[in-house]
Design a protein around this ligand. Sequence first.
Ligand code: SF4
Ligand code: SF4
Length: 222
Amino acid sequence: MTKDNSLYLGHDQTRNPYRICTWQDKANCAGCGIEDGLNCRFNRGDLLYFLALFSPPAIAAVAGMIRGGFSWWLAGWAGYMVFFFFVWEARILCSHCPYWAEETRVLHCLANYGVIKIWRYHPEPMSAEEKVQFLVGAGALVAYPFPFLILGGEYILAVLTLAGFVSFAFSLKKHVCPRCVNFSCPLNAVPKPTVDEYLSRNPVMRKAWEEHGYQLDSSAGD
Ligand code: SF4
Ligand code: SF4
């Protein structure tokens, strides 16, 4: 991969070897028409929104497992989360995301902020196998507490956990996935013209996507 920073002399681009516009100086966004259509720059408010969505069902599940007598099994859930977020999901999903392209040890993004990056950035889109793995892995993470809540007789907290995860999924689909820059995620819902516009501004990504069969509409980037 060519690490050509020459296009952005005048800005601190030492951490942006792939020339991803998300990590350019904000001044380079002037004139871009898609800023309002994408969460394409790191914003603490977006991170807090994500955490606020995930916390209620997670808290209900933890409370239910403790009350039901399965406290020790929380270690299994926590361990799986560490493995999933830092290793498995990090490779199959996040390593393809423009947020991952920042050359730092720690991920700065709108959801998994703080993950230590053990994988290199992959500008190409996710493969079909990676999409299936992501859905299976995320499904297992969400499903984990329910057997313990049921076996522990914590039916009300089980229902609250389920309602929280359903609400989390609806909010993601309505407010996060239609604006997320990880376009090849199976949940992504950004319209193709916006994807094409972003790719036309990011030649490293565009080349990798086109090498994997993606075609931009001819008007993109005009
Ligand atoms: S798509 Fe890129 S250039 Fe456009 S506003 Fe977002 S970060 Fe800036
Ligand atoms: S896919 Fe989501 S969680 Fe992963 S790096 Fe991108 S914004 Fe963060």
